[in-house]
Design a protein around this ligand. Structure first.
Ligand code: FE2
Length: 366
């Protein structure tokens, strides 16, 4: 279809929206496809009732109990888990190998080290730890740690296409921290860290392999397959000072049928007629999951760190009314959040229904 207009549209998306009206974006292919902008008298989030399963959902993961790899949401391409680990003790030295796909551990709280067949990686709050499929690893917590875990079941994580930004845009490849094998072997030898078993997850079933010597016995390696970390402080958010950019501008890792984005503190748009809160939209082809990591979540009311929202495709969403009113006094955002957008519908795990905020769908009421 070709571009067409009716009525009184705006010249530029997200700018000069007539006073008292609301812009809603309806777009395909996760902000890359055909798109239209509707100027409405009232926002589409003004529903007074929703009867059926298709509701916006909010979960408070802070209150989750017993969550080692607690499954939150999943489809055939991706599994999303919450994983809490205690300070490592000598009794729980085991290794984990995921034969069901690549893993990203996003560290929400805590610090420590990850031992891998390729060497040790340090982590702290705000680190993405990327562990390719079938690479054995052990998380050794120096502090109790919490992770949002993203499992890539049908492809491998890749860096987003930087296009006109050039190869140092978004984050420099030099910001990806590589494993240190020499230091790991020193640590294992010096403190007698013994890892004598590997638990392998395949088709969601775990098999334990036991050894009579430490499984981390590599003395050298070469190649372009290895685990690495990326800290949010080393991601350089892309922005335009003139018009709000879509979430896809904040892509951090891409995979087949889903994308991982990071929202980070940034200046707000400075043009006087620019929309400064996320626009009302229907990201028609994608389900959207947002994990609120840290900071002040400027587009939402009553949120705290450790909450997770799920906005399935099929209903429009946008900023909360209070955020729209409050944004005129702000010059910067101060939010840290991780978003996972999936091309295929997600299923919510039954195991988290107890931590759902059941009235979230009403939170757009003025
Ligand atoms: Fe959205």
């Amino acid at each position: 279809m070709h571009h067409y207009t009716q009525g009184k549209p705006t010249r530029q998306a997200h700018k000069a929206i007539p006073e008292g009206f609301y812009e809603e974006e309806q777009g395909l292919k996760g902000f890359f496809g055909a798109v239209s902008h509707l100027i409405r008298k009232r926002p589409s989030t003004r529903w007074v009732d929703i009867d059926g399963h298709l509701k916006p959902r909010m979960y408070d993961l802070v209150t989750l109990k017993d969550c080692q790899f607690k499954k939150l949401l999943y489809n055939t391409d991706v599994g999303i888990y919450f994983h809490k680990l205690p300070v490592c003790s000598k009794q729980n030295k085991t290794s984990f190998r995921n034969a069901d796909g690549d893993l990203i551990y996003f560290c929400h709280q805590g610090k420590g080290q990850v031992f891998t067949e390729y060497g040790v990686l340090d982590y702290k709050k705000g680190h993405y730890i990327v562990i390719p499929k079938c690479i054995s690893h052990s998380i050794v917590c120096a502090e109790q740690s919490e992770f949002l875990v993203i499992e890539n079941k049908t492809s491998h994580f890749e860096e987003p296409d930087r296009g006109v930004l050039g190869k140092n845009g978004l984050y420099d490849t030099n910001a990806l921290t590589k494993p240190d094998l020499e230091r790991q072997n020193g640590l294992i030898n010096n403190v007698a860290q013994e890892f004598l078993s590997i638990q392998v997850k395949h088709n969601d079933q775990v098999t334990k392999f036991t050894y009579d010597e430490c499984v981390y016995d590599v003395v050298g390696w070469k190649g372009d397959l290895y685990p690495f970390t990326l800290h949010v402080d080393h991601i350089m958010p892309i922005m335009s000072h003139r018009a709000h950019l879509p979430p896809s501008a904040h892509s951090t890792f891409v995979a087949r049928n889903f994308v991982v984005c990071t929202f980070l503190p940034r200046p707000l748009e400075s043009d006087s007629d620019a929309l400064k809160v996320p626009f009302y939209h229907q990201n028609i082809d994608y389900d959207e999951v947002l994990f609120y990591h840290d900071g002040d979540f400027f587009s939402r009311d009553n949120l705290h760190s450790g909450m997770l929202s799920f906005h399935p495709a099929g209903f429009p969403h946008g900023p909360h009314p209070k955020a729209v009113k409050g944004v005129s006094k702000k010059t910067h955002t101060n939010e840290y959040a991780v978003m996972i957008d999936t091309r295929n519908p997600l299923t919510v795990s039954e195991s988290i229904s107890g931590v759902e905020l059941k009235n979230y769908w009403e939170s757009w009421k003025v």
